[in-house]
Design a protein around this ligand. Structure first.
Ligand code: SF4
Ligand code: SF4
Length: 96
């Protein structure tokens, strides 16, 4: 189980959650349009949930129905290891 960052983080990316995460498992790059939580590292402490100004973070079992695709998107972000995989990931997650 893990926490997941959903749609309202997109293009806001204020990084408030990063400052409170005790295990440094929330990441992005300049090329990515939101932050993501590494499910392998997250310790389910919930600290990030309380500081997010747009309520973007949910426990994976509690992600609202319309935000469920973000469970896989957070997973896939950390699964993409090569530059090509990262490019493919970004193309797939671009807003239309
Ligand atoms: S739940 Fe805790 S460990 Fe997981 S991303 Fe949030 S602050 Fe980090
Ligand atoms: S605090 Fe919320 S909006 Fe800010 S980077 Fe984290 S998830 Fe995104």
């Amino acid at each position: 189980m893990t926490y997941v960052i959903t749609e309202t983080c997109i293009d806001l990316k204020d990084a408030t959650c990063v400052d409170v995460c005790p295990v440094d498992c929330i990441h992005t790059t300049d090329e990515d349009n939101q932050y993501y939580i590494d499910p392998e590292i997250c310790i389910d402490c919930e600290a990030c949930v309380f500081v997010c100004p747009v309520d973007a973070i949910f426990y994976d079992e509690d992600v609202p129905e319309d935000q469920k695709p973000f469970i896989k998107i957070n997973l896939d972000y950390f699964a993409a290891k090569t530059d090509e995989e990262r490019r493919t990931f970004r193309t797939r997650t671009e807003r239309n």
